[in-house]
Design a protein around this ligand. Structure first.
Ligand code: DON
Length: 316
């Protein structure tokens, strides 16, 4: 049944060609707008896939979710809350104004300012150690060694002036320890990690499974860290469209400008989706539609309400 639903979602949306491929990072413009892959991984380790589920793309902003989990595990709930914040800014992912409007607080760990502040919280004596911790942690979520796409990394490094400005601004408000340029470099590396829709589904299923990777059996983070991460994804995962997403789909999710998306059903599993055509907020059009379809078809909306007596076999 799940294979059939994935196939239906793929058939239904593969012809949808609204949106545009991201090109503000020049190397991302090489993406084929036709690519469309879906993967669903259950907490029991079941895997279902259709389309381009094994095509590699850079994880981009989806890394923010998993780096947030690593930071919560390393420095704890309170420190992340106080230093970064856990609220939606209601503004674009690369907004500088959001930092100014909030007195220097990044507020939202799922936009660039908050993600850069989160990356700076990772343990390590220097940037190289923080990067090693990050790459190792995200690889454990995926259950395989994740590597950088060098072309995207170099392209973003040459053009990420805005992120460097954001990091300097955070430093001026004492929200960033360490060297801002080095932190932006670690952040740019994390965004350049190469993944597939399958990897995203495994990573999401690990968050759904109390922090245990359902394919490797490894405890990557604690169940408490998963809870903290999923709550932030629910309120902030789709940038300024997060409220609409939760209203329509009812699942914590995260998207990235390469066209990837992960939607998580706590205790059940996760969908990884990939298609490069993006809407105005930077979210993949086909991935959102496919996740919405699957959430409805599989009854995954977290806010679905049902009358108690209706589930008691007719007992009043
Ligand atoms: O910092 C950036 O702009 C990119 N590395 C990531 C942005 C991103 O994925 C936003 N997504 N919709």
């Amino acid at each position: 049944m799940v294979d059939e639903l994935l196939r239906t979602a793929h058939d239904r949306y593969e012809g949808h060609d609204e949106g545009a491929v991201a090109d503000y990072i020049p190397a991302l413009a090489r993406a084929n707008p036709e690519w469309f892959g879906l993967s669903l991984v259950g907490v029991t380790g079941t895997v279902h896939e259709v389309g381009d589920a094994e095509v590699a793309f850079t994880i981009q902003s989806i890394s923010k979710a998993f780096v947030f989990a690593l930071a919560c595990a390393a420095v704890g709930h309170e420190r992340v809350h106080e230093r970064v914040g856990v609220n939606n800014t209601g503004l674009a992912f690369n907004s500088v104004v959001a930092v100014e409007l909030n007195g220097g607080s990044p507020m939202n760990p799922m936009v660039n300012a908050g993600a850069i502040a989160t990356t700076a919280l990772l343990p390590g004596a220097d940037a190289a150690e923080r990067w090693a911790h990050l790459q190792d942690g995200l690889s454990r979520f995926a259950g395989r060694s994740l590597e950088i796409d060098d072309e995207v990394y170099l392209s973003e490094s040459e053009t990420n002036h805005r992120n460097r400005a954001i990091a300097q601004l955070l430093q001026s408000y004492n929200r960033l320890d360490g060297d801002p340029a080095e932190t932006v470099d670690v952040y740019t590396r994390q965004c350049s990690l190469s993944v597939t829709a399958h990897d995203l589904a495994v990573m999401g299923a690990t968050l759904a499974d109390g922090g245990v990777n359902p394919l490797t059996g490894e405890q990557v983070v604690s169940a408490e860290v998963c809870r903290d991460t999923l709550s932030v994804l629910a309120s902030c995962g789709l940038y300024e469209r997060s409220g609409e997403w939760l209203f329509e789909i009812g699942l914590p999710a995260k998207s990235g400008v390469s066209g990837g998306m992960v939607a998580i059903s706590p205790g059940k599993g996760a969908v990884g989706a990939f298609s490069p055509l993006l809407d105005g907020a930077g979210n993949s059009v086909r991935a959102q539609r496919a996740c919405a379809y699957l959430s409805r078809a599989l009854g995954l909306n977290l806010f679905a309400s049902a009358r108690w007596s209706a589930s008691q076999n007719g007992a009043a």
